[in-house]
Design a protein around this ligand. Structure first.
Ligand code: GLY
Length: 336
């Protein structure tokens, strides 16, 4: 069933709170009532390590910070965690031993986006992405240009790789075939803010020991992240090559626009990709989603994808749905 925007707005308390905040002539009684209609924030992020980011995002929202502040500072927590081998300065380097980071951010209001790819030596790529969005006329900066821009903006530099990651890289170089299967886990964090708007961000060091210059899905709008303020937000983690070829996060939001719940939308997206892709279900992709009503969900191509959900009432790790190969029909459906 397709929900029209009009029906949707009628259903939604969000409409009441956003509308009310914009009416300066309201009586104080009406203002008080509108506070009661404030949306309860819902913050969803990939993996159990996202929970610490969610908690920080919630703290910022509860202190009156904006949705974008919550996304940015929430993701900072994971970017600051040097034990995390997939995000920030603790991330795995590329095949040349250089850490190249990818990140993006989206604001539902204004449908704004900013992104950096293959940026080197900047502690918080999410902040660089936000500055691209807010301070330039562009959406995406890459490589040396992205770094130069971040430095001009006064963003903090950081030594990377860490000593430990460098040792691992040297070992990988010495015996490439054994460690080629190293994994990576992006943080994508999406939220419905108390102002009723949707926001999201993504940050990763990407595929361990990737080719220099390789860019994954995480800085690609519609790939690793997509926010439509009238519908919902979605983010991805896993092998970026299997997400970006299908505009994965955009597909999730499109399914929600056509009436799917966040869980259904994530599941349908993984199924749609698996039906087309020569790899079938062997994709290593996972999606999280939240809709304008504050419903959330997740799904992946394999069992066991865990993600973090935080609201003022709870903060916990949940397990996403997984596609079953039975549902796909004859292995790989459309595959040649
Ligand atoms: N999903 C992150 C990457 O593939 O780079």
């Amino acid at each position: 069933m397709v929900t029209t925007r009009r029906q949707f707005l009628q259903d939604s308390s969000v409409f009441l709170s956003v509308g009310a905040a914009a009416w300066p002539w309201m009586t104080s009684e009406a203002k008080e009532k509108s506070m009661l209609n404030k949306t309860s924030p819902v913050i969803v992020s990939t993996w159990p390590f996202g929970k610490a980011s969610n908690d920080e995002a919630l703290r910022i929202l509860q202190q009156g910070g904006s949705g974008l502040d919550a996304v940015e500072k929430g993701i900072w927590v994971t970017e600051n965690d040097l034990s995390n081998s997939s995000v920030g300065a603790g991330g795995m380097p590329n095949a040349m031993g250089v850490v190249q980071l990818d990140s993006c951010i989206m604001s539902g209001p204004g449908h704004k986006a900013g992104s950096v790819a293959a940026i080197e030596g900047i502690r918080h790529p999410i902040s660089a992405a936000r500055r691209v969005m807010e301070k330039t006329r562009h959406v995406m900066l890459v490589g040396a240009g992205a770094r130069e821009f971040a430095l001009k903006e006064g963003l903090e530099v950081a030594e990377m790789p860490t000593e430990g990651r460098r040792r691992e890289w040297l070992q990988w170089k010495a015996e490439q075939e054994k460690s080629a299967a190293k994994n990576h886990d992006t943080i994508a964090l999406i939220l419905l803010a108390p102002d009723g708007h949707l926001y999201g961000g993504c940050s990763t060091s990407g595929w361990a020991y990737k080719l220099p210059g390789r860019v994954g899905d995480s800085p690609i709008i519609g790939g690793g992240l997509y926010v439509d303020d009238e519908v919902g937000a979605a983010g991805a983690t896993g092998i970026g090559e299997n997400v970006m070829r299908y505009c994965g996060s955009f597909q999730v939001v499109s399914f929600m626009q056509r009436g799917a719940t966040p869980t259904e939308a994530c599941l349908e997206t993984v199924k749609a990709i698996a039906r087309k892709d020569p790899k079938g279900a062997d994709l290593s992709i996972n999606f999280i989603a939240v809709d304008k009503k504050g419903r959330y969900g997740a799904a992946g191509s394999a069992q066991g994808f865990s993600y973090s959900v935080t609201t003022p009432k709870f903060s916990q790790v949940e397990t996403g749905r997984a596609i079953s190969t039975k549902e796909l029909g004859p292995v790989g459906g459309n595959r040649p």
